[in-house]
Write a new protein. Sequence first.
Length: 211
Amino acid sequence: MHLPVNPQLYVAFCGVMAVLAVTPGPANLFSIATGMERGRRAVLLAVLGMNAATLVWFGAAALGLGTLVTAFPDAFRWIAIGGAAYVGWLGVTSVLGAIRARASAGHSVQAVQTHRPAFVDGFLVQLANPKAVLFFTAVLPPFLDVGRPAAPQLGLFAAAVILMDVVTMTTYGFGGAALARRMDEPRFRRAFGLIVGLLLLTAAVLIVSRL
């Protein structure tokens, strides 16, 4: 029976992907911050958005992402810079919210939240993540068997990537949400606002550092 992928290459790919999925990169840090700031439902929506962006990247890979990056490197660089700026803005907003909460001690202060849907935030973060470009231009190609049709291989690779990312992103996000259960404590509320902001700012720095 002719399999759509090379079994040895696919197993090796899944091993590499498992390591990449659990590594605290921009997407996982964003999941933690979303869970802490907006709760479990937002985590699920953000994870859905990030993986929708992953599907966009897989579609780009099918169309020849490596060629596009080579031909238009500045375009991809500016997309990543824009994404880093957006994540950094979310981080600054959270930090400023925590500072205002401290200045208003004794009053009811809610967590700082973006007005954009969590799905949109997740989609934008992953779409602008240079780690995704690096993955599809450097990590994925060696595992493709040139002697087999590309579309079935990309489909199976996408299934593995999304499955692992959904599990790890959701786990990180729910861990952040668990911390948010103590939000009734004003001191903790201010502290977690600072932590959320620092996580998002760290994610922004990681995005820029990969350029």
